[in-house]
Design a protein around this ligand. Structure first.
Ligand code: HEM
Length: 361
């Protein structure tokens, strides 16, 4: 066991910059191949399949302890937000195919200088999550191997091969856990950051858990767009509530920063609730909504310094998301800018105590 590591610190391995460059190049090449001139519109390089992009209210809890009161959780208040549900595959494939299901939250009206050069004045904070709590690559160099194996049409050789002899058992289990986790509705699913982030001076992981409170069950026919249909029908029937939870790093090696294949045990690092997210009843097909969704760019680096992404995989995401988002917007002739809070008066944000149409507290 490495006893020299400190809590809340990053430890970039030698050569990581090279691996990051390789990931960016591979993703850029794949993207340009997928969206050759004439293929329009250009969708996201990964997560092109949407299961709905909805308006939400993100209500920071009152009375949080000092150690949790950083960044957007510094004081009780209500943020407007966009929430996009998606699947990971680079192809917008049928929902009947197994894939990881994801949630991206974009808080609006977040004051304070942000991390990305060129977007320091943006007023957004993004939180990106998948529906399992662990990733399937320990570091950036391994992720390059996975991408190379996938490009060569042999993705499984990343997990296990005879020549060279290799078995990545934990990564394989993590990968299978995604495929073995059926999701009937993106609203009934729990999501996890997988990788760590700052919470002030400390390190955290975060998670969003649906709050079961008599939420409407709806029957959805199997089909290529079953997941979006489930979201549309459920939001037609009432509001949805989620708890936003954070988990603080408790041990430098047992809850590591640099290896997202290792689960942060809840015994060591319990989750604390810091906010409630309400997705009010709404339609998904309003005029202009699809265009707005396609123009949004989510990245974990749309963040306050108090929520800086940590660890190698997150360091790699900084350049990659920006490169692909820029290409996508160029291809579509779309303006690339972070959204502001919609004009006041159109819709009232709920207060902390206000019951929703489902009456869950
Ligand atoms: C090195 C690892 C990763 C790379 C290279 C990567 C790359 C990307 C890229 C290029 C996009 C498309 C961005 C755009 O066009 O706007 C994307 C989207 C996304 N990624 Fe990752 N990703 C990584 C890891 C993760 C992890 C660990 C998670 C969550 C646990 C995650 C969650 C998401 C989500 C939710 C989206 C969709 C955002 C949206 O709805 O627009 N990614 N990723």
């Amino acid at each position: 066991m490495n006893t020299t590591l400190k809590l809340h610190e990053e430890y970039p391995p030698p050569g990581e910059e090279d691996s990051i460059r390789q990931i960016s190049e591979i993703m850029k090449r794949n993207y340009e191949r997928a969206y050759r001139a004439g293929v329009s519109p250009a969708l996201r390089g990964v997560h092109p399949k949407s299961h709905g992009c909805v308006k939400a209210h993100f209500i920071v809890d009152d009375g949080l302890p000092g150690e949790l009161r950083h960044g957007v959780f510094r004081e009780p208040r209500v943020y407007r937000a966009w929430v996009r549900f998606s699947s990971t595959s680079s192809r917008a494939q049928s929902d009947m195919k197994r894939d990881s299901r994801c949630m991206a939250i974009k808080l609006l009206g977040v004051e304070g200088e942000k991390l990305l050069d060129g977007e320091k004045d943006a007023t957004t904070q993004d939180f990106l999550m998948g529906n399992t709590d662990v990733f399937f690559a320990r570091n950036v160099a391994d992720y390059v191997e996975l991408m190379s194996a996938t490009s060569a049409g042999k993705p499984l050789s990343y997990f296990c091969s005879l020549s060279p002899p290799r078995l990545r058992l934990r990564e394989l289990m993590n990968f299978l856990s995604v495929l073995l986790k059926p999701v009937k509705s993106p609203l009934d699913t729990r999501y996890f950051s997988q990788t760590p982030f700052r919470l002030g001076e400390r390190a955290m992981k975060f998670s969003v858990a649906p709050r079961p409170c008599g939420s409407p069950r709806v029957e959805v026919e199997p089909g290529d767009d079953a997941l979006k249909q489930a979201v549309a029908r459920q939001l037609n029937r009432g509001d949805w509530r989620f708890d936003f939870l954070v988990q603080l790093q408790a041990h430098p090696t047992r809850t590591p920063i640099e290896d997202p294949t290792i689960r942060w045990s809840e015994e060591l690092s319990p989750f604390y609730k810091v906010a409630t997210m309400i997705i009010p009843a709404q339609r998904l097909d309003l005029p202009g909504q699809a265009e707005l969704e396609e123009n949004l760019s989510f990245t974990p680096w749309h963040a306050l310094p108090a929520h800086r992404p940590l660890g190698g995989l997150n360091r790699a995401r900084r350049a990659v998301y920006e490169t692909i988002s820029k290409l996508r917007h160029e291809r579509n002739g779309a303006r690339r800018e972070e959204p502001a809070v919609p004009r006041a008066g159109r819709e009232r944000a709920p207060s902390r105590a206000e019951p929703t149409r489902l009456g869950c507290g």
